[in-house]
Design a protein around this ligand. Structure first.
Ligand code: BGC
Length: 368
C-alpha cells in the first residue's frame, strides 16, 4: 500500500512538472532578435527592455539579440533579417525604416516559420507582422501640434526636422502635427530630412534658423531632432524665442527642458517596446492560440499601444518619480533643479476645451 502511494505521488509530481519542464525546454532553444533603426540613446533604452525581458524569461544572453545599424540603413536591416532567417531564430521584432522595402524579407521569415513582429514604427498594411508594439504615431503627432498651438497662440513659422521620409512613424507624426495646426496661424515649413544623423540634423536646424529670421517654433520628429533644434537655438541665442517641441526623453531632452531650450516633448515608452517585443514572441512561440496571446498582452486590432507622456518643465519631476516607481532606468536627474514659476504647462486638448467652456459659463453667470 505504502509503495503504491509512493508511486502515485511520484507520478503526480512528474505530471505537475511536465508543463514547467516543457516551458524550460522550449526556452532552451529559443532565440529572439530585435532589430532597431539607429545607434542612439533611445535605442539603448529599447535594448535595456529587451535584455530585461530575456532575463525575466531566463534566456541565456546570446539567445536575446539586439541589432541596430549606425543610422537609417534599409539595406543593413534587410541584410540582418537574411542573417537571422538563415540562423533559424524563433522570432524577429523589427522597426522597419522603409516598411515597403522590408516586407518581402519579413514575409520570407514568416514563411520559414519565424515569428515576425514590429516595434517603434509600423509595417505596411496587411503585413505579415503579427503585431505592432509602439506609439500611436498620428495621435502623438497631434499632441505635439497641440503643444505648439499652446506655445504659439498668435501663430508663426515653424520648422520640422525628421530622420526619415519612408518610416511610417516619421510620416504619421508629421501628418498628426499638421492636422493639429490646420486652420491656425502657424505656418509649417517643408520637413528637412537627416536620415537619422545628428550632425546633419544640427546643420539643417542651423540653416533653417538662419534662412528664417522670423522662425517662431521648431518641431523635432525623432529623438535627436529636438536636441538638434535646442542646440541650434541655444547657439543662435534664441532660447525661449523659438519654441521647441520634441519627441522622446533622453538625457539631452531633460537637460534642455531644464535649460529652457525645449518647451515640451512627447516621451515614448521605448523600454516597454523592447520588453514587450521579447515577451510577446516568447509567448507566441509557446502557445497554440495566437489571438489569446495577443489579447493577454492588450493588443487591439494588431496593435499594442505603449502610450506616451507629455513632458514640460512643469511635470518633469513627477515623470522622473513615475519612472523610478516603475523601475525604468534613466541616467538623468532633475534633483537640484526647480521649474520657473511661469514654466510652460501643457493642457490636454479636451481639458482645454472643457476649461474654456467652463470659463464661458462662469462669465455668463457673472453677467446675469
Ligand atoms: C523614433 C525612432 C528613431 C529614434 C532615433 C524615435 O523618436 O521613434 O524610430 O529611430 O527616434 O532617431
Amino acid at each position: 500500500m505504502k509503495r503504491y502511494l509512493v508511486v502515485l505521488i511520484t507520478i503526480a509530481m512528474l505530471i505537475s512538472m511536465v508543463p514547467v519542464l516543457g516551458l524550460a525546454g522550449a526556452q532552451d532553444d529559443m532565440t529572439i532578435v530585435v532589430i532597431g533603426k539607429s545607434v542612439h540613446p533611445y535605442w539603448s533604452n529599447v535594448e535595456l527592455g529587451v535584455k530585461a525581458a530575456g532575463e525575466a524569461l531566463g534566456l541565456p544572453e546570446d539567445q536575446v539579440i539586439f541589432f541596430v545599424p549606425p543610422r537609417e540603413d534599409v539595406a543593413a536591416q534587410i541584410q540582418a533579417m537574411e542573417t537571422y532567417i538563415a540562423a533559424g531564430v524563433t522570432g524577429i521584432a523589427i522597426a522597419p525604416s522603409d516598411p515597403a522595402a522590408l516586407e518581402p524579407v519579413m514575409a520570407r521569415a514568416a514563411e520559414a516559420g519565424i515569428w515576425v513582429t514590429t516595434l517603434d514604427t509600423p509595417p505596411v498594411e496587411d503585413s505579415v507582422s503579427t503585431v505592432y508594439i509602439g506609439t500611436d504615431n498620428f495621435t502623438a503627432g497631434t499632441i505635439a501640434g497641440e503643444a505648439m498651438l499652446q506655445l504659439l497662440p498668435d501663430g508663426g513659422k515653424v520648422g520640422i526636422g525628421r530622420g526619415s521620409d519612408t518610416a511610417l512613424n516619421a510620416l504619421q507624426r508629421t501628418d498628426g502635427f499638421l492636422a493639429a495646426i490646420e486652420g491656425s496661424n502657424i505656418e509649417a515649413l517643408e520637413p528637412v530630412n537627416d536620415r537619422e544623423d545628428f550632425g546633419t540634423a544640427l546643420q539643417l536646424a542651423n540653416s533653417v534658423i538662419s534662412a528664417n529670421p522670423d522662425l517662431a517654433g521648431a518641431f523635432g520628429v525623432y529623438a535627436y531632432n529636438g536636441p538638434a533644434w535646442a542646440t541650434a537655438v541655444t547657439e543662435a541665442d534664441m532660447v525661449g524665442d523659438i519654441k521647441v517641441v520634441a519627441f522622446d526623453a533622453t538625457t539631452d531632452h531633460i537637460n534642455f527642458i531644464m535649460s529652457g531650450a525645449i518647451q515640451a516633448t512627447v516621451a515614448q515608452r521605448e523600454y516597454d517596446m523592447g520588453y514587450q517585443s521579447v515577451m510577446v514572441i516568447a509567448a507566441l512561440a509557446q502557445n497554440e492560440d495566437t489571438e489569446a496571446v495577443l489579447a493577454e498582452f492588450g493588443a487591439v486590432e494588431g496593435v499594442i499601444d505603449t502610450g506616451v507622456d507629455v513632458l514640460t518643465p512643469a511635470n518633469v519631476k513627477d515623470y522622473e518619480a513615475g519612472l523610478d516607481e516603475k523601475g525604468v532606468p534613466h541616467e538623468w536627474t532633475t534633483a537640484d533643479w526647480e521649474p520657473a514659476e511661469d514654466a510652460f504647462e501643457f493642457v490636454m486638448p479636451e481639458e482645454e476645451e472643457a476649461a474654456e467652456m467652463e470659463e464661458a459659463v462662469a462669465t455668463e453667470e457673472a453677467a446675469e
